[in-house]
Design a protein around this ligand. Structure first.
Ligand code: PLP
Ligand code: COI
Length: 374
């Protein structure tokens, strides 16, 4: 069977035997984050002669890779992370799919990978959701996490932009990224390691940025912290972002609160949740700005009470409050250690839009172009 979409023809092959409903429901009941996967995946091939071709929906299965495959050696790969939500009025929509498609292209460009047309990225989501929509959880805080990725699949040990590339889209029913849910996290300031430097790949969503951060993440865990906060690479003074999330700082309280997030200097990932919260913060009447904050000002603001809340935000993390900061130069608490009012108001606003419980006034929900979802 095949399905004609706007850009590329997908060959569709379903799994021969679907999982019994009871087993699917059992897996969906307590999904964790990124541990279980749906029954299908999308694969599209690219090579320098034919461009994008051979688009397939196929059963989810392990890959077989030649040990000489370029990505295993030189890490030429990018990925995205976005979520599909079961909607209050029925159906399933992906949140800001077009923005994720655009960032995927930008990341690919930085990694010298071919850019996947945005319509093809959206088509891939349509085709996968049409096959696996029953895997979209309905519990509050649960969603279907979509993971598009692209890697250098040419078999070659010579260092060059790959002439063969594979795009995959997989999907993972997921709950909270942090096992304790919305409970505030403790963060570790990494003063010895750097995540990204000017001219590097910090603004791209590429695996190497995460691999390079794992030692600092392990150090954070040894210090009893949940996450690393990255600082600028030259002075280790200016706050950039977390291991897999952006940061927001809230000054003051109530309607007069001011929200600040570190500006996109080229070394931070331009988070789509970050962008959404800049818009929603303004909608709610807060003063909202992109700026910069030093470690000293973070600490001083918490100590004199002017900095009232700090939260992490990202697709996986949604909004997660930060309760305490640790570093080799000292530790301090943020607010009273409880989720702040501004953080939780923004969180509700965001989640309500994602689930169709509040009007989608910015056109952020992508309902897909395939009508077989229920
Ligand atoms: N920063 C990093 C390093 C990330 O991995 C993520 C997660 O995708 C974010 C920020 C937040 O980005 P988004 O809100 O688009 O998920
Ligand atoms: C996401 O939020 O989608 C990410 O890619 C972050 C990752 C740490 C799971």
């Amino acid at each position: 069977m095949s399905s004609r979409t706007s850009t590329i023809k997908f060959a569709i092959s379903h799994v021969p035997e679907r999982l019994p409903v009871a087993e699917r429901e059992r897996r969906l009941a307590n999904p964790g984050f990124g541990r279980i996967f749906t029954e299908h995946m999308v694969r599209i091939l690219w090579d320098s002669e034919h461009g994008w071709h051979d688009a397939n929906l196929m059963p989810y299965a392990p890959l077989s890779l030649d040990p000489g495959t370029s990505v295993l050696h030189y890490a030429q790969a990018v990925f995205e992370g976005l979520k599909a939500f079961r909607q209050a009025a029925g159906g399933v929509s992906a949140f800001r799919a077009e923005a994720h498609a655009a960032r995927f292209r930008n990341s690919a460009r930085r990694l010298a990978l071919p850019e996947l047309p945005e319509e093809t990225f959206l088509d891939a989501i349509d085709v996968l959701l049409a096959a696996d929509h029953k895997w979209v959880p309905s519990a509050a805080e649960h969603s279907l996490y979509l993971r598009p990725l692209m890697y250098a699949s040419e078999v070659s040990l010579s260092v060059h932009p790959s002439s063969e590339v594979t795009f995959l889209l997989i999907a993972s029913p997921s709950g909270s990224y942090f096992p304790r849910g919305v409970k505030p996290v403790t963060v570790w300031l990494s003063e010895d390691f750097s995540r990204a430097a000017p001219g590097g790949t910090g603004a791209a969503k590429t695996g190497g940025n995460y691999a390079g951060g794992l030692l600092a993440q392990a150090e954070a865990a040894e210090q009893g912290c949940d996450q690393v906060v990255w600082l600028d690479s030259s002075e280790h003074r200016w706050v950039e972002e977390m291991g897999g999330m952006n940061l927001f700082f809230v000054f003051g309280s109530g309607p007069a609160a001011r929200l600040m997030t570190p500006a996109l200097t080229g070394t931070l990932l331009p988070g789509i949740t970050r962008d959404s919260l800049l818009v929603l913060g303004r909608d709610l009447g807060y003063t909202v700005e992109e700026g910069r904050i030093s470690v000293e000002d973070w600490r001083a603001g918490c100590e004199d009470g002017s900095l009232t809340e700090v939260f992490a935000c990202g697709t996986a993390a949604v909004i997660t409050p930060v309760a305490a900061v640790k570093s080799s130069r000292g530790s301090w608490a943020v607010g009273n250690g409880e989720p702040g009012q501004v953080s939780m108001r923004l969180r509700k606003e965001l989640v309500d839009i994602q689930r169709g419980a509040a009007p989608d006034r910015h056109g952020w929900l992508y309902p897909g172009r395939v009508s077989s979802k229920s």
